[in-house]
Design a protein around this ligand. Structure first.
Ligand code: SF4
Length: 312
């Protein structure tokens, strides 16, 4: 997503077809798969599909196939608002101060929260951490988001890394891509492509939650998207952990070859076409928006049971 008035120069300068190019699409719009005649015809895949499918097939089925309504959570609004504020600040060349970036955060926060409230007005149905009340969680996350935006700016201005400009005047923030991995089209966007003083590139993903990602699947995919987009190889990647106001140590992405990444998507694609949706209960169940309908953990497990959605 690009802020008003900042449509990237990239668009239109890149080939209409090819292994990767920028396009006005996001991962959220990429979860499209049509189910016709008992088979699944994938239009394209995304990193979130791959990681979501691997985390829990039942959640994937409920969210993306059965279209079960997911419970809202204030952390989604916080995450979206922090990302959009950071993107806007980077894409306007860091000329604005913290107060302006926080105003952008508030704008998006209010929009997202209003949309979530419209979907589920009963706050007792919202996901919350532990015993925190929904109203308290909303207030906490608003303040946390404001602090994370301020913390990002403070860190960014002190860091030697800068967003890469592979076309002059266009900071590589929220870089959209299309990547053909042996016939599986993967669409997504990269939070940031950074450049070090020695000219080396690094892919960066911004995390606004508490948990450190386990395994760099997402970063590995981004590495190959950047190779296709720029011809340069970002051999390293990291996660900017907003709760700590700093990135993690860089992760070496060189072991994750294009063949390996292609095989991950090929396997996921095959399994999804065969409607293999194994439940995988674990810690992540506490933040699962479709838990209510889960065949293992849910109270309303019959509403969207597997026979309903996948065995027509
Ligand atoms: S509650 Fe747990 S097992 Fe059930 S769908 Fe959600 S993540 Fe999967």
């Amino acid at each position: 997503m690009f802020p008003p008035g900042t449509t990237p120069l990239w668009r239109g300068l890149l080939p209409a077809t090819g292994t990767a190019r920028l396009e006005n699409s996001t991962e959220e719009t990429s979860g499209k798969a049509s189910h016709k005649g008992g088979t699944t015809e994938a239009l394209h895949r995304s990193v979130s599909q791959l990681t979501g499918f691997a985390r829990c097939g039942e959640a994937y089925r409920l969210e993306r196939v059965a279209k079960a309504p997911a419970a809202p959570a204030a952390w989604f609004a916080q995450g979206t608002a922090v990302h959009e504020a950071v993107e806007r600040w980077e894409r306007t060349h860091r000329v604005h101060g913290t107060a302006q970036a926080q105003a952008w955060f508030t704008e998006v926060w209010e929009r997202e929260l209003a949309e979530a409230r419209a979907r589920e007005p009963d706050l007792t149905q919202w996901l919350c951490p532990g015993r925190t009340k929904p109203e308290t969680d909303i207030a906490n996350r608003y303040q946390r988001g404001l602090d994370q935006v301020a913390g990002y700016i403070e860190h960014a201005l002190a860091s030697k890394l800068r967003p890469f400009e592979w076309l002059p005047g266009e900071p590589a923030s929220e870089v959209e891509f299309r990547l053909d991995l042996d016939g599986v089209l993967v669409i997504g966007s990269i939070d940031l492509i950074m450049i070090a003083p020695d000219g080396r590139l690094l892919v960066r993903d911004i995390k606004t939650g508490n948990k450190l990602p386990i395994g760099p699947i997402q970063l590995a995919v981004y590495r190959h998207a950047v190779i296709d987009l720029t011809g340069q190889d970002p051999e390293w990647g990291d996660w900017y952990m907003a709760k700590n106001n700093k990135p993690t140590d860089p992760v070496d992405l060189r072991p994750y070859t294009r063949d390996m990444v292609s095989e991950w998507f090929a396997m996921m694609d095959r399994a999804e076409r065969d409607q293999v949706y194994l439940p995988n209960p674990g810690d992540h169940c506490t933040t699962c928006g479709v838990r209510r309908f889960c065949s293992v953990m849910g109270t309303d497990r019959s509403f969207f049971g597997p026979s309903f959605a996948t065995r027509k």
